[in-house]
Ligand binder design. Structure first.
Ligand code: HEM
Length: 687
């Protein structure tokens, strides 16, 4: 009876409160039902109140685009447009808004529009972009809450590109603005960043940070640590673009396609606001932004492949530009016409000649404009949409077909299996001395602990979800596929899948692996005494295995626990509750931790786990699990008990400890929190 409610014959899953899933799509709240308690839901600051979302006027996207296009050539005296066109400036704004994205934890990106707030606002690389936003302000005012800043910024970049003749494969709208810059604190500089991703030498930062230099989008334009060494810039470019998920082709297309437009600004050595005199002081031709000066092409407001042609055509020599920085110019400027002799490159541009793979692409794009258009169009779309997750989250009339980076899933079946029947089949494994004992030896008397294996499988499957970029989760059931099935922490999950394959084969249509995995976990939990869990069906199975990589870079278990909760979009309460899920002794053994139970009974969901954590003293044993979790042993009377540092993080962290203490005291409270947390996580990736 505790199983999900499914409307028969039609694909319209409903949740526990009877709210059709599809209705939720427009109110991004990580798939929480509208009347879900959100009081301690701290992560999604970007969500607007439901009432706002529902009363919003539908947006006339074409009208917004027309307004942007008009603004591009309407030069304002507070910040006059170079060449009478703000296009390049707005492309830089969109690129710097999106370019903070990193694959390590899905953080950054323009969704949220945090470039308007510190810390991003004050990054050296974002100098003068406040003026670019000021140019867009009248448009933002006109459309009000129907148009987010983050959509407006991104769309402006897109319109700028096409208005100057460049390619666009479409636009994914639907970004929501954050109320402040909190979610970018981990990008640095901040205490949060130092705790999660320290960078001892700024300029040499590595993953999980995206750029080589905190405060820049990717690399130092002047060369590594400011040294004008193009070959030295190559590995920096490859590594930092790689950390945002771009390959060589995408990288070269983006840098050269982007720098087809506009110019650098560094009119004099005195710095921002100090160049020139009179009414034009510090702006127009006297602008100082990066400190470099000059355009990359002779036609900086037209889409061309001249950037690539120029790179190959000249011998580039180093010189000190008017802003006092190392730049590059053609060696033979005297014999060139003025339009060509004014052309400049950055060390990071010249670097594209110093690597065989990059150089081959420069040559390709110099001779083949259509190839550049194809690659730049696709790479730009990926750059600005990567943090939006699956294509089903995109809004607007120009959403292109699903792209590989959106990890598209097959269409859902029109008719789903009878989940009540599936649930009965799963239950059989939990109640009988089933053949499980042959398949997965050593799991408790009479197969009593097999439920814990189903719970572990569902947890492993769903806990890859990232609320930062809507990537991962159990929808797709990628835990069956490479590379996920080979992750150390998934050791033994193939055996559990094998057991469930008997159930799976009974339902040749309408039952995906993903639904079965989640349902088996929930069936086992309810059997183990959990409150009712609100199963929602309708997941599908992916054909390719891409999912977020496990985050193995944390400095200690406490940082890992806190940050994982945030990345998954869980509150502290939800995270702590989920840590008391059933653990199978045989699975512990497979992970290399010995076949001890965490509680007196691995077949019952209970808050005893917290009592045990809190009442014992824990000593390290020196044993590590396959995924690097460190084992601890209870001292004294509890000597038979083992836990890991991931468990102990719940009592080391003061906020988590308080929650653990309240659960230890109150079984009902724990069970309510657990059911809420579990249901939230299992549904988090249904868009
Ligand atoms: C401008 C560096 C990649 C688009 C600039 C400026 C620098 C720079 C120093 C001058 C800012 C100023 O003084 O006004 C770099 C580096 C890159 C990179 C080091 C990576 C290695 C990109 C990408 C795009 C892009 C991927 C877009 C796809 C632009 C545009 C401008 C610009 C359009 C001109 C802005 C204007 O005219 O106001 N870049 N950039 N850049 N960048 Fe990049």
């Amino acid at each position: 009876a505790a199983v999900a409610v499914l409307v028969s014959n039609a694909f319209q899953p409903v949740d526990a409160v009877g709210c059709p899933m599809l209705a939720r799509r427009d109110v991004r709240s990580s798939a929480l039902p509208p009347n879900h308690p959100t009081s301690d839901y701290t992560f999604h600051t970007r969500d607007e109140p439901l009432a706002d979302a529902l009363t919003k006027k539908p947006l006339d996207w074409a009208a917004v685009e027309a307004d942007i296009e008009k603004a591009l050539t309407d030069s304002k005296s507070f910040w006059p447009a170079d060449f009478g066109n703000y296009g390049p400036f707005l492309i830089r704004l969109a690129w710097h808004c999106a370019g903070s994205y990193r694959t390590s934890d899905g953080r950054g990106g323009c969704d949220g529009g945090r470039i308007r707030f510190n810390p991003e606002l004050e990054w050296e690389d974002n100098a003068n972009l406040d003026k670019a936003r000021q140019l867009l302000e009248p448009i933002k005012k006109k459309y009000g809450s129907s148009l987010s800043w983050s959509d407006l910024i991104t769309l402006s970049g897109d319109v700028a590109i096409t208005s100057m003749g460049g390619p666009s494969i479409g636009f994914c709208g639907g970004r929501k603005d954050d109320v402040d810059g909190t979610d970018s604190l981990v990008l640095g500089p901040s205490a949060e960043q130092i705790a999660i991703a320290p960078c001892p030498v700024n300029g040499n930062c590595s993953s999980p940070l995206g750029p080589t230099t905190i405060g820049l989008i990717y690399v130092n334009p002047e060369g590594p640590m400011g040294v004008p060494d193009p070959s030295g810039s190559v590995p920096d470019i490859r590594s930092s673009f790689g950390r945002m998920g771009m390959n060589d082709r995408e990288t070269v297309a983006l840098i050269g396609g982007g720098h087809s437009f506009g110019k650098t600004h560094g009119a004099c050595p005195a710095g921002a606001g100090q160049c020139g005199s009179g009414p034009d002081k510090g702006k127009g031709p006297n602008t100082f932004t990066s400190g470099f000066e000059g355009p990359w092409t002779s036609r900086p407001t037209e889409w061309t492949n001249e950037y690539f042609v120029n790179l190959l055509a000249y011998n580039w020599t180093k010189f000190t530009g008017p802003g006092g920085k190392n730049q590059w110019k053609p060696a033979d400027t005297d014999v060139l016409p003025p339009s060509k002799s004014a052309i400049r490159m950055l060390t990071a541009d010249v670097a594209l000649l110093y690597d065989p793979s990059y150089r081959a692409l420069v040559k390709e794009y110099a001779r083949d404009l259509p190839s550049l258009e194809r690659d730049f169009g696709a790479a730009w779309y990926k750059l600005v949409s990567r943090d939006m997750g699956p294509v089903s989250r995109c809004r607007g009339p120009r959403v292109p077909p699903p792209q590989p980076f959106q990890n598209p899933l097959p269409a859902p079946p029109t008719k789903l299996a009878d989940f009540r029947a599936v649930r009965k089949d799963v239950e059989q494994y939990l109640t009988t001395k089933s053949s499980l004992s042959e398949q997965i030896p050593g799991d408790g008397p009479n197969g009593r602990n097999y439920g814990a294996l189903f719970v572990e499988l569902a947890w492993r499957c769903a806990s890859t979800f990232r609320a930062t970029d809507f990537f991962g989760g159990c929808n797709g059931a990628r835990i069956r596929l490479n590379p996920e099935k080979n992750w150390p922490e998934n050791t033994g999950m193939d055996k559990v899948l094998h057991v469930l394959s008997k159930v799976k084969s009974k339902y040749p249509a309408g039952l995906s692996w993903a639904d079965l995995i989640v349902l088996a976990g929930e069936t086992a939990l309810e059997k183990a005494g959990s409150n009712r869990l609100s199963f929602v069906g309708g997941r599908v199975d992916a054909k390719d295995g891409s999912n977020p990589e496990p985050r193995t870079y944390y400095l200690n278990a406490s940082v890992a626990a806190r940050d994982s909760a945030k990345v998954m979009g869980l509150t502290a309460t939800q995270y702590v509750a989920l840590s008391a899920r059933l653990r199978s002794p045989s699975q512990q053994a497979r992970l290399g931790l010995g076949d001890k139970t965490y509680t007196s009974d691995a077949s019952r969901l209970s808050s005893e786990y917290f009592q045990i954590l809190l009442k014992n003293k824990w000593i390290p044993t020196g044993v590590e699990s396959k995924s690097g979790a460190k084992q601890y042993k209870a001292s004294g009377k509890g000597g038979d008990l083992f836990v890991t540092d991931a468990d102990l993080a719940l009592i080391w962290d003061p906020e988590f400890r308080k929650i653990a203490q309240s659960f230890a005291k109150d079984q009902r409270k724990f069970k309510a929190a657990f059911a809420d947390a579990w249901s939230t996580l299992m549904k988090a990736d249904l868009f």
